[in-house]
Design a protein around this ligand. Structure first.
Ligand SMILES: O=C(O)c1ccccc1NCC(=O)[C@H](O)[C@H](O)COP(=O)(O)O
Length: 213
């Protein structure tokens, strides 16, 4: 079976990026959402992307973005993937995918079984569905360290490739992979010492634990 793919989201510093690259994470996430403590401006995204080069896939994280924000961020961050973490419809996801010529990952917020079924609507519109925990109204839509009931995915047989996010950390990522069969795992606050501050040791520990699962 191919190795589990790993995404470390919300990187803001070279030190964190280097830790992810050295730990052989497959993807890093750059957040382009000003309310987040992990948000990047275009200058910082450009600097980090130039430092990363092609050593890691660069995923841009957006919440209901307009085309202008997408255009400037795709260019600044040399993005390889656009991740949509808001309430983007299948039609909007398909439009973004066609307009920017990049793979689109669509986050689907999960709190109950019916939420998992919503992923099917993105067939033909997104390249991957990222199941993440539904967050409370008024909170950030991701990066909150919240888990959902992994058993909701145990019997999932969707048509799209999918990944798992939400409250994953070095100590639970192995169990999460075993419970769900996820082939891509994504973490943000689980590898931080404070909101927005990635801990290189936790990044390394997460990658090792995911790979050992
Ligand atoms: O990370 C953020 O600050 C963020 C803000 C708004 C929307 C999404 C955000 N993160 C998306 C991610 O891909 C996170 O890795 C994912 O939600 C998991 O986060 P966590 O539960 O903290 O590991």
């Amino acid at each position: 079976m191919p190795a589990v793919q790993i995404k470390i989201c919300g990187l803001t510093t070279r030190a964190a990026l280097d830790a992810a690259i050295e730990a052989r994470a497959d993807y890093c996430g750059f957040v382009f959402y000003p309310p987040s403590p992990r948000t990047l401006g275009t200058a910082a995204a450009h600097e980090l992307a130039a430092h990363a080069g092609t050593r890691i896939g660069k995923v841009g994280l957006f919440v209901d973005p307009d085309d202008a924000l997408l255009a400037e961020s795709v260019a600044a961050g040399s993005l390889d993937v656009i991740q949509l973490h808001g309430s983007e419809s299948p039609a909007r996801a398909a439009d973004i995918r066609a307009r920017f010529g990049l793979p689109v990952w669509k986050a689907v917020a999960v709190a109950a079984a019916g939420d998992v079924a919503r992923a099917d609507a993105y067939g033909g519109a997104a390249d991957l569905v990222l199941f993440d925990a539904r967050t409370p109204r008024g909170a950030l839509p991701g990066g909150m360290g919240l888990k959902f009931d992994w058993s909701l995915l145990a019997a999932y047989r969707g048509t799209l490739p999918w990944g798992l996010a939400g409250g994953l950390a070095p100590g639970n990522v192995g169990a999460a992979i075993a419970a769900t069969g996820a082939r891509l795992v994504d973490t943000s606050s689980g590898v931080e010492s404070a909101p927005g501050a990635k801990d290189p040791d936790l990044v390394r520990a997460f990658c090792a634990a995911a790979r050992a699962a």
